[in-house]
Design a protein around this ligand. Structure first.
Ligand SMILES: [Zn+2]
Length: 145
């Protein structure tokens, strides 16, 4: 009986651990693919340090987000900053560059429509290039981290 209980406890612990291990999926631009609904969205930081959020259909072709919206909030040590976004044909781009001081957290909040329940995605923003996969660390797909 006691052994059974321990096995159960270990299994429960493992299940909890795997829920927290976030698997990063790379987007077509080299950014990070977010499981937004109904369309997947890619978080990508361009050469000007502006955030580009691109929406994709099931075949990963850039597509019009329709009513789907996002907000992007940078959380550097100097204080939270909500980035103003501009709509593009296939998503949004920030009007300003990301604040300095990374690594810090960026929260992307996605909504299926303006009044839908929001879904939050947390990105640990680190713009250094990973030696393993040659992607920026925030979109690194290596198994080791
Ligand atoms: Zn990597």
């Amino acid at each position: 009986m006691k052994l059974k209980y321990i096995t159960f406890a270990v299994a429960a612990l493992c299940a909890t651990a795997s829920l927290h291990a976030e698997k990063i999926v790379a987007g077509p631009k080299g950014g990070r693919l977010l499981e937004a609904e109904p369309l997947k969205a890619e978080f990508f930081v361009n050469a000007e340090r502006k955030v580009e959020v691109t929406f994709y259909d099931a075949a990963l072709k850039p597509t019009d987000p329709g009513a789907q919206t996002v907000t992007v909030t940078a959380e550097p040590a100097s204080g939270k900053t909500k980035l103003e976004l501009e709509k593009t044909a296939t998503g949004f781009v920030s009007k300003t560059a990301l604040p300095a001081g990374e690594p810090y957290r960026v929260v992307v909040q996605a909504r299926a429509s303006a009044d839908a329940k929001p879904k939050n995605f947390r990105v640990d923003l680190n713009l250094a290039t990973c030696g393993g996969c040659q992607k920026s660390e925030y979109a690194c797909v290596c198994d080791s981290h």
